[in-house]
Every structure is written in C-alpha cells, then in structure tokens.
Ligand binder design. Sequence first.
Ligand code: FES
Length: 116
Amino acid sequence: MTDAAIVMITKREDEIVQTLCRAEEVPADEPLRVVLPDDHAVAVYRWEGGFYCTDDLCSHGEASLSEGFVEEGQIFCPFHMGSFCISTGEPRAAPCSEPIRAYAVTERDGVLLIER
Ligand code: FES
C-alpha cells in the first residue's frame, strides 16, 4: 500500500471533481490508497492500461482494500480474500456480498480525477 496526497477539489454546478493523484504515482503492481479531503479513503488501481477507483473499505469488514491485490480485474481483500470488480464495485467472491462504490476515473494532463 502506498499513500498519496490530494492536490485539489474543483466544484462545478452539480458535481465535485476531486483530484486523486498523478497517474505516475499509481504503482503497476499494487493499489494506491488516497484519502480525500473529507477523510473518505479510496483505492486507486492501474489495470491493463487503465485506471480504476473504488472505496477503500471492504463491505464485509474493516479491511483496507488497498492492502489487497488485483487479479483478473478484481480487488482481493487482505482479510478474508473476498473480491470486488474494480470497475463496478460488485462483489465477485465470498464472503463479500454487498457492493462497494466504484468511481469512473478520468485522466487529464497526467492527473487522475473522479466525480463524487
Ligand atoms: S473484511 Fe474483506 S473479505 Fe472480510
């Protein structure tokens, strides 16, 4: 797990675009934990040339998903090895049964953004 600092928040009419980190900060082989300004933690993934983002907290317990590993487009929780799709947040492997939130990631000038 690697932590990164938030750079800025930009407000538009009905959305909040939040800057996660620079694309180059996301390791190729492990998730990056990012804590947003409201203390909400997300996990950022680099997978097959794209970037993905989900909530960091597992829906099954108090585990930080950024301490897990990604395989076949799924994040595997470090506690009980349940998994979620990193694109949709849907549970893929037990004991996980409740989805987590997934965010569409946009890359702009080398910076990763999500809307919340
Ligand atoms: S806490 Fe994540 S699978 Fe149990």
